[in-house]
Design a protein around this ligand. Structure first.
Ligand code: NAP
Length: 256
């Protein structure tokens, strides 16, 4: 039995990377998918990929740091597909690698605005709708950088620790109303973001996988699909007793 049969599921930042893989996975598992991204080209490509494999999806452009965009995004799910059962708050940016004393305020503010305020705005709008229909399940994208520090990435680390805090609070506040809220903490996953971090670290002198693989006990970086498998499971009723958790999907990174 498919994990998400007859569910309506939203994914932010679904125009690329982990978000795209999650949208495709949700559809494979039977959900009708609301694909959202700041980039309409990538977002529409994801919708086309879902539809090409027989799934159902629609696109709505949204910048998750904008309250009006986020409200319109959740409204789109309800008016177009009737309800909202699952959400994956995935949109995020990495920011600049620099020691804390050299971090610019504007760069710090932008990372917090997308990664933390964005998750807050999405949670608020999604929970409001889920309360009307008796519950739902939400997965926020944190990171191994939400569990431990990474030198040079203070805005990103602060934002992802904040995502885990918001996740705990939302889980506690809505547990009795049938809404589960969890976060996942990926290690290095093969996407544009990881390429950007590797490029910033080495100036392009090393391939991303060559640089990142040895940092993971399992000996390689992960794929977006491996992350999407966990997100789909957490969103499904199979995870009915899991809430307020921060689940690593990191090839053993934080076990070290
Ligand atoms: P990605 O490949 O850069 O994809 C992110 C997507 O989000 C892009 O389509 C991007 O659009 C979109 N986006 C950026 N800012 C947005 C905004 N303000 N509103 C809506 N959409 C926005 O990144 P990814 O690696 O898949 O990362 C997805 C999530 O996983 C992020 O939260 C990230 O922090 C987390 N994560 C990733 C890794 C990793 O190794 N890749 C590890 C741990 C956690 P544009 O391309 O147009 O900017």
């Amino acid at each position: 039995m498919a994990l998400l049969m007859n569910k309506v599921a939203l994914v932010t930042g679904a125009g690329a990377g982990i978000g795209r893989a999650t949208a495709i996975k949700f559809a494979e598992e039977g959900a009708t998918v609301v694909v959202s991204d700041i980039d309409p080209v990538g977002g529409q490509e994801t919708v086309d990929l879902v539809q090409a494999s027989g799934g159902e999806a629609s696109f709505i452009r949204a910048d998750v740091s904008s309250p009006s965009d986020v409200a319109a995004m959740v409204q789109h799910a309800v008016t177009t597909h009737g309800r909202l059962d699952c959400a994956c708050n995935n949109a995020g940016i990495e920011g600049k690698i620099a020691p804390l004393a050299e971090q610019a305020e504007a760069s710090f503010d932008r990372v917090l605005s997308v990664n933390l305020r964005g998750v807050f705005l999405c949670l608020r709008a999604e929970i409001t709708e889920m309360l009307k229909t008796g519950g739902g399940s939400i997965v926020n994208l944190s990171s191994v950088a939400g569990l431990i520090g990474f030198a040079g990435l203070s805005p990103y680390v602060a934002s992802k620790h904040g995502v885990n805090g918001l996740t705990k609070n939302a889980a506690l506040e809505y547990a009795k109303q049938g809404i589960r809220v969890n976060s996942i903490c990926p290690g290095g996953i093969d996407t544009r973001m990881l390429d950007s971090l590797a490029e910033q670290s080495t100036g392009g002198s090393m391939d991303t996988s060559e640089m990142m693989a040895p940092l993971h006990p399992i000996g390689r970086i992960g794929t977006p699909d491996e992350v999407a498998n966990l997100i789909a499971w957490l969103c499904s009723d199979r995870a009915s007793f899991v809430t307020g958790a921060h689940v690593p999907v990191d090839g053993g990174y934080v076990a070290q």
